[in-house]
Design a protein around this ligand. Structure first.
Ligand code: ARG
Length: 406
């Protein structure tokens, strides 16, 4: 599930329409039209009869309660389609293999924390990473999320601003200080790869720190097959990318707490996380190891160093028995996905720049496949509307106020 492929950050995908906004505190969102659309498409795709009966039942339930409970099969189908329609993901050929963990009745911080740990265990699978989604309670149509995870991913390294230097992952500066503010005791000397704790917030509890279970976090030290000095850079990365703050939307229902993972594509680590100037910024140290002339841009020292880091990432993960995708192979598989979608008579949604985000992009199979449908339909995964850190009112206050109003 290479959602995100090689690009970093989670800025909004496409332009959100009214159907994609989160419910505001004042107005309850009516899921009816999207529910009808989703159920019709689901029954048609699976060639199941009597969609009209199910639609009538759902509309009745919405009239009575403002929302509806999706069956486990509807939820699983919707989640798979959400992946299939994720325009930035190059790994979508695997969409039907997504494993869904339906945990909609788990609503406490303790319960969520232990399910998150179990997610890591199931997904890690001894390094043979499986694509997994864990779904917690749906958002309330008026008051919004019943639970949320502040971390953008379940496994991330802290970032520390020391004078004009950042130690660790600069993308995690805000999350790191939020955790500290909530009482996290970081290691006495900040390191470059300090595992961040989780912050879980629910409709009945304040934001709470939870230690990420270190024994379930697999990491890979980066080495290069031809350059022994590469190991001295002491770089490493985690095996699992588990996105924790995107909102899954299926049939008009929002699931703001629905962490999911795939496995890495080499460039996500090798190009973006390691090379970006606002991430680990390793081009110069690697160029120095190679003895390249960094004064002369025409030497392509940056590209040379980036290539070396990407080789190190693929080599190290494979040597450690951790599943990782090679960009050229994955690009070829993405073409299979496109063909499959066309055969099924569906539009191929996609964002070319994300699909071709490899350091060796010029040689990718999908480079010449330029015509994607750039719309972003639901079901889909949507970026967190804003950083939830210390928002006012917090989830508990928001839900409590609405209970009083009745
Ligand atoms: N690019 C993100 C990262 O480096 C991960 C995004 C999800 N990637 C994936 N292969 N499912 O951590």
């Amino acid at each position: 599930m290479a959602l995100g492929s090689a690009a970093s950050g989670y800025s909004p995908v496409g332009s959100p329409t009214s159907q994609t906004t989160t419910p505001s505190a004042e107005v309850a969102e009516d899921p009816s039209s999207e529910a009808v659309e989703f159920i019709s498409a689901y029954y048609a795709e699976r060639k199941m009869p009597r969609a009209a009966d199910r639609i009538a039942a759902i509309l009745g339930e919405i009239a009575a309660t403002g929302t509806y409970w999706q069956t486990p099969d509807e939820l699983a189908h919707g989640a798979k389609v959400a992946w299939r329609q994720s325009v930035r993901c190059i790994g979508r050929v695997r969409w039907a293999g997504l494993k869904i963990r339906d945990r909609r009745t788990v609503t406490t911080t303790t319960g969520i924390a232990s399910e998150l740990a179990e997610h890591l265990r199931v997904a890690d699978n001894g390094g043979r990473i499986r694509s997994v989604l864990t779904v917690f309670a749906a958002d309330h149509p008026r008051t919004g999320p019943r639970a949320r995870i502040w971390n953008d991913q379940l496994i991330r390294y802290g970032g520390w601003q020391l004078n004009d230097e950042v130690i660790g992952d600069p993308a995690q500066l805000e999350m790191t200080s939020a955790a500290v503010k909530l009482g996290w005791q970081p290691p006495s000397t900040p390191g470059r790869f300090d595992l961040l704790p989780w912050v879980v917030e629910t409709a009945t509890e304040e934001p709470t720190l939870v230690d990420a279970p270190r024994h379930l976090v697999r990491e890979v030290a980066l080495t290069h097959p031809d350059h022994p000095w590469f190991a001295d850079l002491q770089l490493r990365w985690h095996a699992l990318p588990v996105i924790a703050n995107m909102r899954l939307r299926i049939g008009g229902v929002n699931y703001s707490c629905a962490p999911f993972n795939g496995h890495y594509l080499g460039d996500e680590i090798g190009t973006r996380n390691m090379c970006d100037a606002d991430r680990y910024n390793q081009l110069r140290p690697v160029a120095a190891g190679l003895g390249l002339d960094t004064e002369d841009e025409s030497s392509l020292w940056r590209e040379h160093a980036a290539l070396l880091i990407n080789q190190a990432v693929l080599h190290s993960f494979r040597a450690a028995g951790v599943r990782i995708s090679i960009p050229n192979d994955e690009s070829e598989m993405f073409m299979r996905f496109c063909e499959g979608e066309e055969r099924a008579g569906r539009p191929v949604y996609g964002d070319w720049s994300w699909i071709n985000g490899s350091v060796g992009w010029a040689a990718l199979h999908a480079v010449h496949h330029r015509y994607y449908d750039t719309r972003v339909p639901n079901p889909n995964f949507w970026p967190a509307p804003r950083t939830p850190f210390f928002s006012e009112p917090n989830l508990r206050e928001r839900h409590a106020a609405s209970r009083q109003e009745g």
